[in-house]
Design a protein around this ligand. Structure first.
Ligand SMILES: Cc1cc2nc3c(=O)[nH]c(=O)nc-3n(C[C@H](O)[C@H](O)[C@H](O)COP(=O)(O)O)c2cc1C
Length: 200
């Protein structure tokens, strides 16, 4: 069944943690791509991608990317054609936030509405321990931004290994995307990352 046929939460398959390209080769092939075709990713690819970004890789619940003081304040949302989803690493699920296609709102570049998925990295300022999180300015996001860099690089390397295209993007209309994602005031967008098949 294609993903667009779902109109609810998606249970993801177990991520495939074996194999992939040798690390040095993946580093050699990591790059940003801005031309995509509209082919969708499989549920296995989505599971692997999201596990690379922010999956749990140890019995104590820690993740594939580090976080400052182990606050684990980051969330990864996936904007797909079938709607907006929140990755739940504990249950390997995509919780549907709504069923609107907001890929276009994830960035100010044309390819974002063509590519299969746009990840949006969001920090929860309550979890990161910021006082008065609803009023906090951009300086409160410094550590979350660094955390996000590790997650986005994991995705770059996974994409290189899978011969998929990606680009991390800060060129976003933040108020527009915050509204489209129905985020609370203590939830702040850090950056987005487009992932999909490269245009042939
Ligand atoms: C913090 C950050 C923000 C970026 N924002 C954008 C963006 O909004 N749009 C875009 O097309 N590329 C964006 N990029 C990608 C860079 O332009 C890209 O990494 C750079 O041109 C080097 O190319 P490479 O990634 O292929 O080595 C961003 C990269 C970083 C690290």
């Amino acid at each position: 069944m294609s993903l667009s046929a779902y109109n609810q939460d998606i249970k993801l398959p177990e991520p495939n943690k074996k194999g992939g390209m040798p690390l040095m080769q993946a580093l050699n092939e990591r790059k940003s791509t801005r031309e995509y075709d509209s082919r969708k990713l499989s549920e296995q690819q989505l599971s692997d991608l999201l596990w690379a970004a922010w999956g749990i890789n140890r019995p104590d619940g820690k993740h594939t990317a580090p976080s400052s003081n182990d606050k684990q304040e980051m969330s990864v949302y996936a904007a797909l054609e079938s709607g907006l989803y929140l990755y739940i690493p504990e249950s390997l699920a995509l919780k549907q936030i709504h069923n609107r296609d907001i890929r276009k709102e994830t960035g100010r570049q044309d390819f974002v509405e063509v590519a299969a998925v746009n990840l949006v990295y969001v920090a929860d300022l309550i979890k990161s321990g910021v006082s008065e999180p609803e009023k906090a300015g951009p300086e409160a996001l410094n550590k979350s931004a660094i955390n996000t860099g590790f997650m986005a690089q994991n995705v770059y390397l996974w994409c290189a290994s899978e011969k998929l295209a990606c680009v991390v993007r800060a060129f976003i209309d933040i108020p527009v995307l915050t509204k489209a994602m129905e985020l609370a005031p203590h939830q702040r967008i850090i950056i987005s990352q487009t992932v999909g098949y490269p245009k042939k």
